[in-house]
Design a protein around this ligand. Structure first.
Ligand code: ATP
Ligand code: MG
Length: 334
């Protein structure tokens, strides 16, 4: 039976990229009746230093963002990673399975470390193997993610296969990345070649789920574009990454295909398209931000929900970790 696992780092505020690439689809999977487990991966967030008080705040805010996006904590399991210690424990075992050569190929590490590769944390380098543990700990079959996480889910499959092979077992199932929708890779509003990220130093590069209507409209108005009108067909957007990005966002928010969006706005300039996009974005996002504000007013309730989610997650994860320890050869006498 299918079981979905996915996560988001509370490393900043949630963005439109997180919403379209992840949250919106998380809610759809839940509504399809599939078993869904969603995790605020706080252990991943600290691969880059986080102010402790802000990390707690961001974790609660992200939990509110999940719920405001339609994730119902009675139908899905919603929890924060550090409350289920089995993640860190399996993470260590998988560090001993993953090969250095595999880790060296991870493009996200290269992007995040930049020229500074000697100065970043060991955790940032090892993070994809902890992510493999997150997924394998639940024997998840499907992992809905944005396009940027495809390589890490593929690494998870390699780690699972090597574990099964090295120990002569058929224990970890191969999880499938699920990358679908019109906006699997939302780009920065300032640079059409860079992914929109919550950790980008430029706030103008992204739309945050907590931005108010004026801020959203202003960021879209100032989004970088070229001077050409929208083309007649999608083909005409091939070498226009900024324009393509705005069309994709419009498509994902409206539920239209990118072809249909281009068809509707063909021949019009950004002076017409941007206000239409801003109206659509405000209409879709402002109910979410209103609901987040409402939920955030009761942090005690959010903590209670995360605690209950952690209990339910642990009930699945612990037996799988215990079987892993047995397979690996650890004495377990209590
Ligand atoms: P950070 O900059 O800290 O890495 P992030 O914005 O990349 O933050 P993550 O927590 O790393 O967010 O990713 C959470 C989920 O959101 C993943 O499934 C990821 O693929 C998806 N995602 C992140 N950015 C985008 C984007 N720009 N477009 C589509 N999906 C995205
Ligand atoms: Mg990321």
């Amino acid at each position: 039976t299918p079981r979905i696992f996915s996560g988001i780092q509370p490393s900043g505020g949630l963005t439109l990229g997180n919403y379209l690439g992840a949250l919106k689809r998380f809610a759809e999977k839940q509504d399809e009746g599939i078993e869904t487990i969603y995790c605020l991966v706080d252990l991943h967030a600290i691969t880059v230093w986080q102010d402790p008080e802000r990390l707690r705040q961001q974790t609660r805010e992200a939990a509110a963002g999940f719920m405001a996006s339609g994730i119902d904590p009675t139908r899905s399991i919603l929890f924060n990673q550090s409350q289920v210690s089995a993640h860190a424990e399996l993470g260590w075992i998988l560090n001993c399975v993953a090969r250095l050569g595999w880790m060296n190929r991870m493009t996200q590490f290269k992007d995040k470390a930049g020229k500074n590769a000697e100065q970043v944390s060991l955790g940032l380098y090892a993070y994809p193997s902890l992510m493999a543990a997150d997924i394998l700990l639940y024997h998840a079959t499907h992992v809905p993610v944005g396009d940027d996480q495809k390589q890490h889910v593929e690494l998870t499959r390699d780690i699972a296969a090597k574990f099964n092979h090295d120990y002569g077992v058929d224990f970890f199932p191969m999880p499938e990345p699920v990358i679908e929708g019109a906006a699997t890779r939302v780009m920065s509003l300032r640079d059409g070649t860079k992914k929109m990220s919550k950790s980008d130093p430029s706030d103008a590069s992204r739309i945050n789920l907590t931005d108010d209507a004026d801020t959203i409209a202003q960021k879209i108005r100032k989004a970088r574009t070229d001077a050409e009108p929208l083309p007649e067909t999608l083909e005409g957007l091939k070498d226009r990454p900024e324009a393509r990005n705005l069309v994709n966002i419009y498509a994902a928010l409206s539920g239209m295909t990118a072809e249909a969006v281009v068809g509707q706005f063909a021949g019009q300039g950004f002076g017409a398209f941007k206000p239409a996009l801003a109206d659509l974005a405000v209409a879709k996002l402002s109910p979410i931000s209103t609901e987040m504000t409402r939920l955030m007013a009761d942090p005690g309730e959010i903590d209670r929900i995360l605690g209950e989610g952690a209990d339910r997650a642990e009930a699945i994860a612990r037996p799988i970790l215990d079987r892993t320890l047995d397979i690996v050869g650890m004495v377990r006498s209590r």
